[in-house]
Design a protein around this ligand. Structure first.
Ligand code: SAH
Ligand code: SF4
Length: 354
């Protein structure tokens, strides 16, 4: 018998759960085997079928030759001396590199650990303030490659990760089909079983895909990278995603909120010195969002090597936040994390050092 090479073996996590029974070529009387594989993969976290000791040898061998349980290798990790944030460097089976960022719980009450997942290698959206946007899109990550980031991170840190945020490299909604498959694995009780409130997808604002996400995917929180209160400023900062107007983007966001019920929409706003940090801009932003009492995450710009932008001082960011709060918005000031190892928001550029 010829054993298929690793390259032709199908990553199991790329296959929707509903299709596992068929893919495994089981007799109906043996359908309980599917459940056994789920337990081995998600609860016991085995990396090979050979380890599934309650399955018959013949099935283990057959499936080992047909499917892959892991496609990534965790090459290296770098931990921030500043705050314990860790950057994980992965290598794909086609020898490409990318990373995710682990944000440890800081021990305070209600504090949670989080993993910032990547969805593409590079990004085609070219936002002018972002390191990922400077790396040409090489390819989409598969659903298996997205989910495996969670597996490897939990194993590396020996604990369950509380929240997953799709805010690493890439534009999740530009890799829609794989994202939806990954979300299904992440949300399903047969998979990683994350609650809707613990999964957040961040987008630079692809309006048609936001609508599709509301219809097709298991519900999750949506974060919209707004970063500007006028179409004019947004066009300068996000040249491609400003193909849609702020008005259309907000309408899609409110529709998402309505369709998903509890799924919350938050707005991300990077405050960049002299670009979008004025009192006028804060007032305009408040006017856009006040009717909905929206949540805004304010992020002081994280410096990216080679880019001309600057971080505003604390007082400016606090003043900006105050204007929003006074007008009824909920504001969270996101502290920069892991900036000493280039693991902060928007700092995930090339990861070729893996
Ligand atoms: N493509 C998606 C998700 C990845 S970017 C998106 O754009 O939303 C994740 C977050 O990092 C976004 O809110 C993005 O705007 C932010 N970000 C990018 N560059 C940044 C920088 N230099 N400083 C701070 N945040 C940045
Ligand atoms: Fe891509 Fe998001 Fe960076 Fe824009 S901010 S370049 S969409 S990763």
């Amino acid at each position: 018998m010829t054993v298929p090479s690793a390259a032709v073996k199908r990553p199991l996590l790329d296959i929707p759960f509903n299709d596992w029974f068929k893919a495994f070529e089981l007799e109906p009387k043996d359908s309980y085997r599917v459940r056994q594989v789920h337990t081995w993969v998600f609860d016991r976290r085995v990396r090979t079928f050979a380890e599934m000791s309650d399955l018959p040898e013949t099935l283990r061998e057959k499936w080992e030759g047909t499917f892959r349980l892991r496609t990534l290798v965790l090459r290296r990790r770098e931990v921030s001396a500043q705050d314990g944030t860790a950057r994980l460097f992965f290598e794909t089976s086609d020898k490409k590199s990318f990373s995710s960022v682990y944000l440890p719980a800081k021990g305070g009450e209600g504090d949670r650990s989080a993993l910032c997942l990547s969805t593409q290698i590079g990004c085609a959206w070219g936002c002018v303030f972002c390191a990922s946007g400077r790396v040409a899109l090489e390819r989409n990550l598969s659903a298996a490659e997205m989910v495996e980031q969670v597996f490897w991170a939990e194993e590396a840190f020996g604990r369950k990760i509380n929240s997953l945020v799709f805010m690493g490299m890439g534009e999740p909604l530009a890799n829609f089909t794989n994202l939806v498959q990954a979300l299904q694995v992440i949300r399903s009780p047969l998979g990683l079983n994350y609650g809707a409130r613990h999964v957040t997808v961040s987008t630079s604002g692809l309006v048609p895909q936001i609508t599709m996400l509301a219809q097709t995917a298991p519900h999750v929180n949506l974060a919209i990278s707004l970063h500007a209160a006028t179409d004019e400023t947004r066009k300068k900062l996000l040249p491609k995603s400003s193909a849609w107007t702020i008005k259309d983007l907000l309408n899609a966001a409110w529709a998402y909120q309505r369709a998903t019920g509890r799924g919350r929409v938050t707005f991300e706003y990077i405050v960049i010195k002299g670009v979008n940090d004025s009192v006028r801009e804060a007032q305009r932003l408040a006017n856009l969002l006040r009717a909905k009492k929206a949540w805004v995450n304010l992020i002081a710009y994280n410096p990216v090597e080679g880019l001309p932008y600057q971080t505003p001082d604390d007082a400016t960011v606090r003043e900006f936040a105050k204007i929003l709060t006074q007008r009824g918005l909920f504001v969270r000031l996101r502290k920069p994390q892991g900036t000493d190892i280039s693991a902060g928001c928007g700092q995930l550029g090339e990861a070729v050092r893996a």
